[in-house]
Design a protein around this ligand. Structure first.
Ligand code: ZN
Length: 332
């Protein structure tokens, strides 16, 4: 099945008409959730017929707010701005965990509101600007006028094309080229660079003060989003996360996790990649995935069905390219 190369999720993986999706039109700005003192999460989501938004995490700092990931849609950005207004604080920094459009599209809008903020990210977007994005533009063009694709989905594709057209505006002011503690707005945070994982350069954070880790798409529910993945590097990144003494881990998609829940996810991920690398039927790998992460999934059959469909889809995606996504450029 042909799919439009997502920047979030493939339409093929999601299915555009899966029954049981919550009908969330019109879409209101999501309400921030308290994670710890001075740490909030603006939850992302995957509304019916829409491309996803990743979670955004906001840290309070002496000089203002630090925003980790800015979502795709206006409602996600609006929720972040509303939080800044409510806190009577300026946004002084954005950290992007990776360049997928469900995590960076809000950057220009937040910068327009706070022109002196600085954006921190890996340099992986440079490769995406000449590789993944142009490929995505070419592959999605045919969907814009396809009446079988829901109108809202086509709106999202149009929005993404516009974002890509102005892709240079998504680049960081300061490149994160290694792991270490950085002080942003007066708050020290450990920024970790994981090479060749969910993308060519993923950044994840650990905040010693709150013991909160922000993982971006190294952890996602209902399935790992493997579209640009190098699975071997990804496993190493999860091992490095496990070595950090966090108490709460915030995934790129899905609710905050305890350490035990993260470890369950990590084990399920390793087993899923091992199954993908075997000759077992994709259905078997998908069923094993759902069974192993069942405690983390909402207790509703449509969510489990989505997890199964996505997992099965990604087995095919990895097998089509020798066990990694076609965008993985790690040296074997
Ligand atoms: Zn994402």
């Amino acid at each position: 099945m042909k799919h439009w190369t997502r920047i979030g999720i493939t339409l093929a993986a999601l299915g555009t008409c899966t029954p049981g999706w919550p009908d969330t039109n019109p879409i209101a700005a999501p309400a921030p959730q308290d994670v710890a003192t001075g740490v909030w999460m603006v939850p992302g989501g995957i509304p019916r017929n829409r491309q996803p938004d990743g979670n955004s995490v906001i840290f309070d700092a002496p000089a203002g707010l630090i925003v980790v990931d800015t979502g795709r849609h206006a409602w996600q950005r609006d929720a972040i701005l509303a939080l800044a207004h409510a806190q009577k604080k300026e946004i002084v920094a954005i950290v992007n965990t990776h360049w997928h459009l469900d995590h960076v599209s809000g950057n220009p809008g937040l910068r327009a509101a706070y022109p002196s903020l600085r954006v921190y990210a890996s340099d992986a977007i440079v490769g995406a600007l000449t590789g993944f994005f142009p490929t995505s533009v070419k592959e999605s063009a045919g969907y814009l006028d396809d009446p079988q694709i829901p109108q809202e989905t086509r709106d999202d594709i149009r929005g993404d094309l516009l974002t890509i057209q102005h892709g240079a505006a998504l680049k960081p002011d300061q490149v994160i080229s290694g792991s270490g503690t950085m002080t942003l707005g007066g708050r020290p945070l450990r920024l970790n660079l994981a090479r060749d994982a969910a993308t060519a350069g993923d950044v994840w954070l650990y905040d010693e003060q709150s013991r909160v880790a922000v993982l971006g798409d190294l952890v996602t529910l209902p399935a790992p989003f493997l579209d640009t993945a190098c699975p071997e590097g990804w496993k190493v990144a999860l091992q490095q996360v496990a070595a950090m003494p966090f108490e709460v881990a915030i995934p790129g998609h899905g609710g905050p996790m305890t350490r035990a829940q993260f470890l369950l996810y990590q084990a399920a991920f390793e087993a899923f990649i091992a199954c993908s690398n075997s000759v077992r039927p994709p259905d078997e790998c998908a069923t094993a995935w759902v069974d192993s992460i069942r405690p983390l999934l909402a207790d509703d059959p449509p969510e489990q069905q989505r997890a199964r469909e996505m997992a099965g889809y990604y087995v095919g995606l990895l097998r089509a390219n020798g066990g990694r996504s076609r965008f993985c450029e790690a040296v074997r």
